[in-house]
Write a protein that binds this ligand. Structure first.
Ligand SMILES: [Zn+2]
Ligand SMILES: [Zn+2]
Length: 333
């Protein structure tokens, strides 16, 4: 039984899903879960599941080899697409059943780091899933998460991303939207457009620029070497991003991930694509963006207790270091 329950005080929705019990976090030094054969490699399509979307060679049949990217349902979905969304009260509380979509983007037929073109293909796939899933009126929010190998499923080295579509706007996204609206009401400008203008002028936290993006270390970075990729062109909806912008995003993210890996020795690293919540009017104040968060340290108890992240590295230092690495790569050496 999948169920969403809302915390009465904070408004935070919590997802209850018994399948989480099947995948305990591996303990350090404990036995690693291993796969006999990789479920995401070509030839094993039936293990990964029926494809919802794919990029395939002309004439290749669905659910067989010949693809460069596949989107399949998650084998252990956090939310399911079947059924009616029932939202009801339970005494003083609110609950709803766990309706939504949880999909996997298998980003390449091969293992190993992705090229700019592979990443661009993955972002185009997420755009297609956004356009398809938003037609489902029950859904309110969409996010794409790319995990580096080793983070989500330790034995699964195949590059993949996840798409989670929820019937509620998660509390963090609601806070972001609320903050953006408050900023817009006061300044009559989009906060991300202002960040972009200021950081391109100031340059201390700027890491690199491409035709369509700026990569910067956010002023109040929550984690060391956190990176924000902001499109130069304002737009609230990732689903409306043109091909050229997504190709450029693939190139920008490849450079950023390469820098993070060289700077920090390849830590687990998460990438989030943040697009505007569905069915909210926020075209002026929301600006879609991408966050890259290296996972270097476990949370401190006091961070959990207070909700205040503790970061040992100033973003100016992180950006300066990454800029130096970037020029080393380009230099004659
Ligand atoms: Zn594989
Ligand atoms: Zn903007």
């Amino acid at each position: 039984m999948r169920e969403l329950r809302k915390d009465l005080v904070t408004g935070r929705w919590v997802l209850f899903n018994p399948s989480r019990l099947q995948e305990p976090r591996p303990r350090p030094g404990g036995p690693a879960r291993t796969f006999e054969k990789c479920p995401f490699c070509p030839g094993n399509e039936s293990l990964a599941g029926r494809e919802i979307y794919a990029v395939r060679a002309e004439g290749s049949a669905p659910d067989g080899p010949g693809w460069s990217l596949r989107v399949v349902p998650n084998r252990v979905p956090l939310l399911g697409v079947e059924g009616h969304l029932e939202r009801r009260e339970q005494g003083i509380y609110d609950r709803m059943n766990g309706i939504g979509a949880h999909e996997v983007i298998i980003e390449s037929p091969q293992h190993g780091p992705l090229s700019a073109a592979d990443l661009a293909r993955s972002f185009r796939a997420f755009r297609e899933r956004c356009l398809d899933l938003r037609r489902d009126q029950r859904l309110r929010h969409l996010v794409m998460v790319r995990g580096c190998a080793g983070r989500e499923a330790p034995a699964l080295e195949h590059p993949y991303a996840q798409v989670l579509a929820t019937p509620v706007v998660p509390i963090a996204a609601r806070e972001t939207l609320f903050g953006a609206r408050r900023y817009f009401d006061y300044h009559e400008r989009c906060p991300w457009c202002d960040i972009l203008d200021f950081e391109l002028e100031d340059r201390r936290r700027l890491i690199l620029e491409t035709d369509s993006f700026a990569a910067l270390a956010p002023y109040a970075s929550r984690a060391p070497f956190e990176i924000l990729l902001v499109p130069r062109e304002h737009g609230h909806d990732f689903g409306a991003a043109p091909d050229g912008v997504l190709d450029d995003l693939g190139a920008a993210l490849e450079r950023v991930l390469d820098l993070v890996s060289r700077a920090l020795g390849g830590p687990p690293c998460l990438t989030f694509v943040r697009t505007a919540p569905l069915r909210e009017r926020c075209d002026a104040e929301f600006h879609w963006h991408v966050e890259v968060v290296p996972e270097l340290f476990a949370d401190l108890g006091v961070e959990r207790a207070t909700g205040i992240p503790v970061n040992g590295t100033l973003p100016e230092e992180a950006a300066a270091y990454l800029r130096r690495l970037e020029t080393q790569k380009k230099g004659p050496s």
